[in-house]
Design a protein around this ligand. Structure first.
Ligand SMILES: Cc1cc2nc3c(=O)[nH]c(=O)nc-3n(C[C@H](O)[C@H](O)[C@H](O)COP(=O)(O)OP(=O)(O)OC[C@H]3O[C@@H](n4cnc5c(N)ncnc54)[C@H](O)[C@@H]3O)c2cc1C
Length: 434
């Protein structure tokens, strides 16, 4: 019979789980102490690849090429690594019940797992159009992208609907990255989103204007200010067209929906304190329940720099929060002290020949600098966000590693600025003088 009691269990086998496992090993782990339980069939991998190189027509990223921790320049943890370290990687196993008071997790097939310390790393699920009752939303060839299984289905459809028509619903980073990938696969691509510009949660109108014009120049059609309200299907239940609220109908062989994620916290409802849609933690990722930690997308934690509680759905935080939680567990065991998590938000995206990075907070006034002409052969531009006379956020398109480091420094130092016109003229030079 399989052994089902572990000193530590990580629930979820995504980015945070992989980085937590590496940190456990760094801090000292005995064989048999740690289990990772994951719904997915593969060892932890760098999820951002799924909407980027995984979809390329040539030279596509495939496992084992992008198992964690290659995304941050670290060692690639192959399934063998977990065996060598004595970590039980329990795959294709969905936990359907979590009883935090009795420390029991129960799987869909009825197996019970018990633990002393639990790290919740269940991440998010894609929001589905069927959740809103959109007619026809369960048709074939309507895709979401969260796990490798979703990406495999999309790749199969890309191969069977060669040179077809794709409609991408949503203008966030998944919508932008997948639109680019579909275009590279020679699909006719239309993006649809309700907002006045793409990535409204981060981009200013000026930043978005660059990306929209660039996408149009690559042959992507953009329809803004409306939403998909239904899908026409054929007798095989394949999607045929997308009906928009403004009355337009778009032919489609493939639809990819990227309208946001929802943290997977339902298993723990009523058992643990929540805040801002996530599981509330302290600066060590401890939840309100003793010996239960929450990391990555599900955690709402104190963001020290901005003195407020936040939930961050980005890969860099998934990695760092996981490492912090393990350090906290090990420090507690050794009766040592540990600094609280002090995080500088960092997001990035890549599509076509473009690549941007953002550091800090996107609040306050903005100053755009550099060359944001989308028809220029080498566009390179950025933006600063200024709040209460201090630069709090920094964005850069096509930066070198050195330039991106300088932008990160600006966002963490938060230098004062009095003259915004001067800041605009100084542009990147400003960052190099911090
Ligand atoms: C397609 C895509 C592209 C992205 N690109 C970027 C990017 O370019 N830049 C960026 O900063 N961020 C990006 N992100 C976000 C980033 O990947 C996430 O923030 C990160 O993966 C969060 O890590 P996590 O470990 O919290 O959750 P996840 O990596 O999602 O892992 C959660 C794991 O828990 C498992 N699980 C959930 N519930 C259960 C259960 N009940 N039982 C068992 N297992 C369970 C899941 O199957 C999964 O394996 C992207 C996300 C996606 C989906």
């Amino acid at each position: 019979m399989a052994r089902n009691h572990f000193k530590y269990i990580i629930l979820g086998g995504g980015v945070a789980a992989g980085y937590a496992a590496r940190e456990f090993v760094k801090q000292g782990l005995k064989a048999g102490e740690l289990a990772i339980i994951s719904k997915e069939a593969v060892a932890p991998y760098e999820r951002p690849a799924l909407s980027k190189a995984y979809l390329f027509p040539q030279g596509a990223a495939r496992l084992p090429g992008f198992h964690v921790c290659v995304g941050s320049g670290g060692e690639r943890l192959l399934p063998q690594w977990y065996i060598e370290k004595g970590i039980d990687l329990i795959l294709s196993t969905e936990i359907v019940k979590a009883d935090l008071a009795s420390k029991i997790l129960t799987s869909a097939s009825g197996v019970a797992f018990t633990y002393e310390i639990l790290i919740i790393a269940t991440g998010s699920a894609a929001i589905k159009l069927s959740d809103f009752g959109v007619q026809g939303a369960n048709a074939n060839n309507i895709f979401y992208l969260r796990e490798i299984e979703d990406a495999d289905k999309l790749v199969e459809a890309i191969q069977s609907k060669r040179n077809g028509k794709a409609v991408i619903v949503g203008g966030g980073y998944i919508g932008l990255e997948v639109s680019a990938a579909m275009r590279i696969n020679n699909f006719t691509v239309t993006m649809v989103y309700p907002d006045p510009w793409c990535m409204p949660r981060l981009f200013t109108a000026e930043i978005a204007a660059f990306y929209e014009a660039y996408y149009v120049s690559k042959g992507v059609k953009i329809i803004k200010g409306t939403v998909a309200v239904g899908f026409d299907i054929n007798s095989d239940e394949d999607v045929k067209s997308v009906k928009l609220k403004d009355g337009r109908v778009l032919d489609a062989d493939i639809v990819v929906v990227g309208v946001g994620g929802r943290p997977l916290t339902t298993l723990f409802k009523g058992q643990v304190e929540e805040e801002k849609g996530g599981i509330k933690t302290d600066g060590y990722f401890k939840t309100s329940v003793p010996n239960v930690y929450a990391v990555g997308d599900v955690a709402t934690f104190p963001l020290k720099l901005y003195r407020e509680m936040r939930r961050v759905e980005h890969v860099d935080h998934a990695r760092k929060s996981a490492e912090q939680a393990v350090k906290a567990i090990k420090s507690t065991e050794a009766s040592k002290t540990l600094e609280e998590y002090d995080y500088l938000p960092y997001f990035y995206s890549r599509s076509f020949d473009l690549s941007w990075q953002f550091y800090g907070d996107n609040t306050g006034e903005t100053v755009l600098f550099g060359n944001s002409n989308p028809t220029s052969p080498n566009p390179k531009f950025g933006s600063y966000w200024i709040k209460d006379g201090k630069v709090v956020g920094a964005f850069l398109e096509s930066g070198t590693p050195e330039e991106n480091n300088a932008m990160s420094r600006v966002a963490s130092v938060q230098p004062s600025v009095l003259d915004l016109e001067r800041l605009q003229t100084q542009g990147l030079h400003f960052a190099f003088h911090i």
